[in-house]
Every structure is written in structure tokens, then in C-alpha cells.
Design a protein. Sequence first.
Length: 129
Amino acid sequence: MYVGNAGKDAALDRGWLLGHFKDVGDPRHSEAVEIKWGVHPRADERAQWVRGEERTALLVLISGRFRVELPGRSVLLEEQGDYVVWGRGVDHSWFAEEESVVLTVRWPSVPGYAVDGRGEHPHTSAVTR
């Protein structure tokens, strides 16, 4: 069992609370799903688009204004609880229009999406598809 605080624990691991990147003995280790408590200052943006996405994702706005960019569509999350879901094969990026907190759930949890420490987990591969 593990009991924690999303805000405090997220600050220790670039927002990541659960996923394949946690130690195998840790109850937060999972290859099935990964969860991020993302705290983003105003104008924070993903360093580059995720391409060749192999995961399904759910992103829920907790606070702020947060834009998710998808091919041919820009989705603005502006009310607490607004969310967007996209599936495998859908490229994406994001931008914090205001200081924002978002909860991201992705499945499965697979390595290969880190981009220079900007918005992805530090223990995953440095190669982004």
C-alpha cells in the first residue's frame, strides 16, 4: 500500500504518480496505466508534438485554462472537470493558457515519450516518436 499527496509526490517525479517507471516493488509501478498530476505555469508548453502515439489518454482539467492540440483541432479546457480523450495514433501537444493543474491517465504505460524533461517522465527513453 502507498498513501500520499498528489501535489507533493508529483513535485518529486515531474508529475508522475504511477506507471512503468516506478520501481517494480513500489505499489505505484504499473505497465497497464500511468497517471500524472501536472502542475503547469502560465505559457508552459510541450517541447514538441508526440508523434506515433501508442497509448490512449484522458486529460482532466483540475484548475486553470489548458489547451490540447490535436491534428486539425484545438481543445480548450476551461472549466474544472472539462476533459478530452484521444486514442492510439493521435498526435498531440499542449499549452497552459493560465497556471493549470491537469490529471492525465494514459494506457498502457510504455517508455519512449520523454522530451528533454519537458512534460514527460525522466526515466523513459530520450527518443520521442
